[in-house]
Write a protein that binds this ligand. Sequence first.
Ligand code: HEC
Length: 109
Amino acid sequence: MKGSRGHPPVRNVLLMGTVLGALTFSGSVAADGEATYNSACVVCHAAGVAGAPMLGDKAAWAARIAKGKDSLYQSSLKGLNAMPPKGGNASLSDADVQAAVDYMISKAQ
Ligand code: HEC
């Protein structure tokens, strides 16, 4: 390490931290997951419209959660039967939709 004093990687590490921070929405329930649910998903998932699994209905969610989170992300992003892609709100980012799924899962456990 011929006395190389500057630390060029530091900037990159900081940058990476920022990017990762922005991408790390799963694990904890992001506040915007709840907000997205309330704006884009609640119309169907609060009352079980068209067979939508209701928020907090553990029995209805257990079988879906058993398929794995990725599978739920996929059906939320791409749609599933009467469930439109992104709940019909195409302006939502994938991360918003996934945060809303995380929120719904957290209420069913
Ligand atoms: C127009 C009504 C409607 C809206 C709006 C809606 N959903 Fe759904 N959702 C459904 C229905 C109906 C199902 C059940 C689909 C089935 O299993 O046939 C469903 C199922 C799901 C499932 C389970 C999928 C699976 O693979 O079992 C998830 C997760 C989900 N919705 C997430 C969301 C999220 C997140 C939003 C908001 C961004 C949302 N939904 C908005 C109607 C809706």
